[in-house]
Design a protein around this ligand. Structure first.
Ligand SMILES: [Zn+2]
Ligand SMILES: [Zn+2]
Length: 368
């Protein structure tokens, strides 16, 4: 079928919006009309080749839409179902079988390979293959071909146009708090970087009952939003020594910290700002090969933990419906993060995201 999609054709160059051809679903695949799709930091670093995703490629991995057609053997969803698209996992490796799909042994190939595992791509332009299947979806498009494993059914009345980001950035931040760190009520947490991932963590920390929630950023507008969404304190890292400020606020150091910026010096602060037995979650995706340092004795003696967390340790079929319900109850106002753009304006959305003008751009891809 003919689709309209945004293609990343060259490193660090704008996306081009084009008419392309998309195959119908093979066995186990699900064709989705994409209603809206979020733009995540990962899309931009793949366009810019921090991660070696083959180009040209249709990126986009926070789609939400309506199932149009299912391939042979698919029983989880049927045409007409409303779905959020999330990351792909194989379902067969040891970590998938242990219920930890975001650490799937095939994670890189399935999500960043630009093709199905057999090497084929469902997308082409005038007969020439274009890489697709990015995160098992390639949702910067009017239609996406997903798989049964990475579609999550949501209720009929759920507001599809804001739910796509639950499939990646939002579950990354919220899941790090609710699935991984499990802060007890009354504990303290500091979130470094109050973009979409960090603000999702702030909202989750409030749900978990943290009574001290510190947001650290260098953009005053984002700090203001962090306060509105649940931060009890905010620190502007460009004006203040963030570690010193957090130690003062928490009376010696935070129980938990999250690093969402991928800046090595900020990771150092996130570790240094912890108190005894504190845990630092590492979430920000840096350029491959990036190294960071910490004081070994400052980790050893206070018994600190440093933990990498992918996709918020989410089991999407369980966790995304939880977030949808929390939103419906008004306890997780993810709509506050979103700014809408048309698919044709994707380069404006990317610029606004990079400049921090938009916390979470969402592209309207198809109407109706
Ligand atoms: Zn797997
Ligand atoms: Zn993402």
């Amino acid at each position: 079928m003919r689709i309209t999609a945004a293609v990343a054709r060259e490193k660090e160059r704008p996306f081009s919006v084009e008419e392309l051809e998309l195959e119908g679903p093979r066995a186990g695949e699900v064709l989705v009309r994409v209603v809206a799709t979020g733009m995540c930091h990962t899309d931009l670093i793949c366009r810019d080749q921090w991660y070696p995703v083959p180009l040209p490629c249709v990126l986009g991995h926070e789609g939400a839409g309506v199932v149009e057609e299912v391939g042979e053997g698919v029983t989880k969803v049927e045409p007409g179902d409303r779905v959020v698209l999330t990351f792909a996992s194989c379902g067969k490796c040891a970590t998938c079988l242990r219920g930890r799909p975001s650490y799937c042994l095939n994670f890189f190939a399935l999500n960043f390979g630009g093709a199905r595992l057999d090497g084929s791509s469902p997308i082409s332009a005038d007969g020439a293959s274009v890489h697709g299947h990015f995160f098992g979806q390639s949702s910067f498009a009017t239609h996406a071909l997903a798989t049964e494993r990475n579609v999550v059914k949501v209720p009929e009345e759920a507001p599809l146009e804001i739910l796509g980001p639950l499939g990646c950035g939002v579950q990354t931040g919220a899941g790090a708090v609710l699935n991984t760190l499990h802060p007890e009520a009354g504990s303290s947490i500091v979130v470094f970087g109050t973009g979409a991932v960090g603000l999702s963590a702030v909202m989750a920390a409030r749900i978990a009952g943290c009574t001290t929630i510190v947001g650290v950023d260098i953009k005053p507008g984002r700090l203001e939003l962090a306060r509105e969404l649940g931060a009890t304190h905010v620190v502007n890292g460009s004006e203040t020594d963030a570690v010193k400020a957090v130690k003062e606020i928490t009376g010696g150091g935070a129980d938990f910290s999250l690093e969402t910026t991928a800046v090595p010096a900020v990771l150092r602060q996130a570790i240094d700002a912890l108190g005894p037995l504190g845990t630092c979650g590492v979430i920000g995706a840096a350029r491959l090969g990036t190294e960071a340092s910490f004081d070994m004795n400052d980790v050893l003696v206070p018994g600190k933990t440093i933990r990498g967390i992918v996709e918020g340790d989410s089991v999407p079929d369980v966790f995304i419906p939880h977030l949808v319900e929390l939103h419906a109850q008004g306890r997780f106002p993810v709509d506050r993060l979103v700014r809408f753009y048309d698919l044709e304006d994707i380069n404006e959305a990317a610029r606004d995201a990079e400049e921090g003008e938009a916390v979470k751009p969402v592209l309207h891809t198809s109407r109706g």
